[in-house]
Design a protein around this ligand. Structure first.
Ligand SMILES: Nc1ncnc2c1ncn2[C@@H]1O[C@H](COP(=O)(O)OP(=O)(O)OP(=O)(O)O)[C@@H](O)[C@H]1O
Ligand SMILES: Nc1ncnc2c1ncn2[C@@H]1O[C@H](COP(=O)(O)OP(=O)(O)OP(=O)(O)O)[C@@H](O)[C@H]1O
Lengths: 230, 230
């Protein structure tokens, strides 16, 4: 049974605790603010009020035995860093930590924290990418230079087959799915739009006006196609 | 030429401004803290120090003409809501806003803000999903039933070629990229890990122990593979 500890019950920490519990894991929720600890008492496995910079207190709750600890204290770098140091000393195998700056991320990474999370920057980038093109519906970076992006079918792709479009050679990207919506009638007689996703389409598949395509490629190439599609 | 205004230069606002500029858009950066305005002066099109609850000041900079305005003030609900009300009154077409609670999101949505963004919750959910399976590094839903997921190479895939693995027939998923890390030395003589992403790999490519693969498929099939890889 997967067991996790979440230190810091701000919005990020609470979301992690709630989601883990919902997925069937055991969660120890920790905060030094009694009010926060009380808020989660009803839905977590265990909730403890303690100061995460208190090594004794952490050892007392056997934190070394969990599968991973999430340090969800973004604002106070010193507390976050000291907590990470103590967890490493105790021997916690996997530590993830929320950060609020790149410097904060670098310090924790050098200390052996496996994953640093900077929500405002991560989401800020995604939102900016969506703003740049109103034709872009989702934009997910899968590596430093590659992304998987969902866009409306460019006008010059309409009614053409993938074979004719030859996007890999012409635009250096690939179409990994075609999403189309079919107007249909549900069991209650309502007009609804049924979404169909054709994953890894074949060369003969044709793109239609209202379709969306999910493409993969280097960011420059993806952005270039989005630009000419405007 | 796409033109945007970002109100509030916290970490989220600054990331949006930076990313938009990097993608070639014009950005008006706004904050009532002169220090914040100064910080971005060098890289944005225009930076203005004003209070976003001051309708006259917003009209004076012609904010009604931009393609979209991002209200990046999460902490102060009153300021965020009043700003949204003023922008709607001025006739700004598209408004996006950062929120720090579901109540905040509901208020702004009722007021006509097209998109509300709650970074801590959005990322918190994704991180919790990744924790549930330690072999999953990213998990992006691309439709109601399909996802693009990055996982460590399952042990039974190691040293096999894609052709031999025949994942499409055996597991009903496809491998759209292979990420490998090569230890190398940078210009300063430091040992670093260089990440290489091989997008749309060929049938002859072989998977190695420390690689990660990005797979696409129906959620059930993706989850099934992740489960047996545990
Ligand atoms: N030394 C500590 N020990 C335990 N909990 C702490 C300690 N210091 C701060 N916390 C708790 O961590 C939680 C999150 O802290 P804070 O709000 O500073 O971070 P944040 O990253 O801004 O939060 P959010 O997730 O809401 O963005 C708070 O509930 C706070 O009580
Ligand atoms: N009335 C106002 N007019 C213009 N700017 C404002 C106003 N009130 C606050 N700001 C600015 O908005 C910015 C972001 O505010 P704040 O830090 O409260 O939000 P946040 O959502 O917590 O930020 P972050 O993006 O760092 O998480 C600050 O730089 C602040 O100076």
């Amino acid at each position: 049974m997967a067991q996790f500890a979440v230190i810091g019950l701000g919005r990020f920490g609470i979301t992690i605790a709630e989601t883990l519990v919902k997925k069937g894991a055991e969660v120890i929720a920790i905060d030094n603010d009694e009010k926060k600890v009380e808020e989660v008492r009803a839905f977590v496995t265990n909730s403890v009020c303690l100061d995460s910079t208190d090594e004794q207190a952490l050892r007392a709750i056997d934190i070394g035995n969990v599968d991973a600890v999430v340090i969800a204290i973004g604002e106070n770098i010193e507390v976050s860093v000291l907590t990470a140091a103590i967890l490493r000393k105790i021997g916690v195998g996997k530590i993830l930590a929320k950060v609020d700056s790149e410097l904060h991320a670098r310090i924790l990474t050098i200390m052996g924290v496996q994953r640093t999370i900077f929500p405002e920057q991560y989401v800020g980038r995604e939102i900016a990418n969506l703003l740049i093109s109103q034709h872009v519906f989702t934009y997910t970076e899968i590596s430093k230079e590659h992304s998987v992006v969902e866009i409306s079918v460019p006008s010059f792709f309409v009614e053409k087959s993938l074979k004719d479009l030859d996007v890999r050679n012409k635009y250096n990207i690939s179409i990994i799915a075609i999403k189309s919506t079919k107007p249909t009638v549900d069991e209650l007689g309502n007009n609804i739009l049924l979404e169909d996703t054709n994953v890894l389409p074949s060369a003969e598949d044709v793109l239609h006006q209202s379709d969306r395509i999910i493409i993969i490629g280097k960011n420059n190439d993806v952005d270039a196609l989005v630009k000419i599609a405007e």
